[in-house]
Design a protein around this ligand. Sequence first.
Ligand code: DCP
Length: 218
Amino acid sequence: MSANNVKPFTVFVEGNIGSGKTTFLEHFRQFEDITLLTEPVEMWRDLKGCNLLELMYKDPEKWAMTFQSYVSLTMLDMHRRPAPTPVKLMERSLFSARYCFVEHMMRNNTLHPAQFAVLDEWFRFIQHNIPIDADLIVYLKTSPSIVYQRIKKRARSEEQCVPLSYIEELHRLHEDWLINRIHAECPAPVLVLDADLDLSQITDEYKRSEHQILRKAV
Ligand code: DCP
């Protein structure tokens, strides 16, 4: 809740792995009156000394369920966290966890149907019983080959085994959710930005979203 008890304008930043979500959030650090909630990847890498992200990539059949249930908890925490500002900008959401990552793990049988059913029931329960505010989704749209190169370059140790085919599949799932709208609900209007641009050009593209996010003439 913002200072005057009005709900903040809540924005989810979505896009493939390596699409620049963190960089996008950092762009908005220059503005006052905006709460930035970056994704809790560091919590996933260190839960009481356990690296769940690494366990998930090393042995997906064994750890995907545990990992995604912890992702759900940390994302729900971000959704419910009050913002003392008129704007709240979040990296990812419960929706991309369900419609992109869990969906992929269900389709390629990484998750047993029973495990998928439990995650899906949690998702539905939360959706129907816990208010999740969403006013805008910024979709950082990329080409799989470009983000694949970025992932290789940034060399996050857990992601070294990620094949291009996985990035392509995640791309299709983001497109199905945000552009083709195959799921019944998309929680907010979608603003699509070209996130293939490299760092020297991306600021102008990010600026295209300032007006809608800050909701004033900038
Ligand atoms: N991940 C996952 N399941 C989720 C969310 C994320 O398996 N529900 C994994 C994919 C990545 C890592 O967690 O290995 C972080 O992915 P993100 O795309 O969420 O974050 P990035 O740090 O890649 O974002 P960007 O590079 O766009 O800033």
